[in-house]
Design a protein around this ligand. Structure first.
Ligand SMILES: [Zn+2]
Length: 329
């Protein structure tokens, strides 16, 4: 029979009991202060925050299952605020980053996000770019061990149940156009049942023509209630034939006030208006929250992400529910 040693429990010294009590108390306080995780999505709601990042694009998708995807991350002037904002809504990590194409107004801010937050997956256009910003992005993805998926037409991205996310551009082998970086932008259609939002990056005339050719006979594959307007509302894309295929009810434009590119153009605004879409611009309406459910969708104005001026277009705080129309610059 094994010898059982009878251990007598000695009472803890008073100072140690006090220390233990303080540690337990601090742990409780820390727990109550800790971010509670991403804002709990409504059970059936797909949320897209279309962020006011001045002259650039950035959108955060949160699916009903809580899967998060950051589509673009604005320019380098917005990166720190973007990280701060993501943390402020309780995000300590991202499931996906999805830079539409390798231009600085979409990825320089995203690089800061990659530096600061753990990221599980990246969806990239295979179209390379010879810039320091793009090389930095690839280095960061490699350093952090983030698995990279090349976007190609037909690919579906797992964003949890209830939601389907399909890549519509670029096609296999990429497009050979005069503006390959823009035209090979990742075009992503994210749907909950029949309600969809289309992200178009900066596809230009060549990319859009290719999409008209590829989807013209099957527009149901591209039709979307909410359209992230291509290339900040520039005049080259946003062709009436493209808009006829998409049939957007709502068009969102990311642009900075008094930006040097004069985005959006009056021509694009006219075409979008003629398509019947309600048009919202970040430089007028600020950050917008799109909520899509299986049966409906709505767009709301949010408190702004940033109000500091940048060198490439001022970011202004938006008045709540501004009736002001989106205007050309
Ligand atoms: Zn851009």
């Amino acid at each position: 029979m094994p010898l059982r040693r009878n251990r007598r429990r000695l009472p803890l010294p008073r100072w140690l009991r006090l220390l233990t009590a303080i540690a337990a108390c601090l742990a409780q306080v820390a727990a109550s202060c800790a971010p509670a995780g991403p804002p709990p999505p409504a059970a059936d709601s797909l949320r897209v925050y279309f962020l006011n990042v001045g002259q650039g694009d950035a959108a955060l998708i949160i699916t009903p299952d809580g899967v998060t995807a950051l589509v673009d991350g604005g320019d380098r002037f917005r990166g720190a605020e973007l990280v701060k904002w993501l943390r402020s809504i309780g995000l300590q990590k991202l499931d996906w980053v999805m830079p539409s194409h390798p231009h600085a107004d979409h990825i320089a801010g995203l690089n800061l996000v990659l530096e600061e937050l753990p990221v599980s997956n990246a969806l990239l256009s295979a179209q390379a770019n010879d810039t320091q910003t793009y090389r930095r992005q690839l280095d960061l993805l490699r350093e952090k061990g983030v698995p990279v998926t090349d976007a190609v037409e037909g690919l579906t991205i797992p964003l949890g149940g209830h939601v389907t996310a399909t890549v519509l551009n670029p096609p296999a082998g990429l497009l050979r156009t005069s503006e390959p970086e823009e035209d090979n932008s990742v075009v992503l259609r994210v749907c909950i049942a029949v309600n969809c939002m289309l992200f178009t990056g900066d596809i230009g005339d060549g990319g859009e023509r290719s999409m008209i050719a590829r989807y013209g006979t099957a527009p149901e594959r591209i039709r979307s209630q909410v359209l992230k307007v291509s290339h900040h509302g520039s005049a080259e894309p946003n062709h009436p034939d493209f808009l006829t295929m998409v049939q957007p009810d709502v068009a969102l434009i990311g642009a900075g006030l008094t930006n040097p590119f004069r985005h959006p153009s009056q021509k694009a605004l006219n075409r979008l208006g003629a398509s019947g879409a309600a048009i919202y611009c970040t430089f007028v309406h600020g950050t917008l929250l799109v909520e899509l459910t299986e049966s409906t969708y709505r767009v709301q104005q949010m408190r702004d992400l940033a109000i500091r001026p940048t060198s490439r277009g001022r970011v202004v705080p938006a008045p709540p529910l501004s009736p002001e129309p989106c205007r050309a610059q």
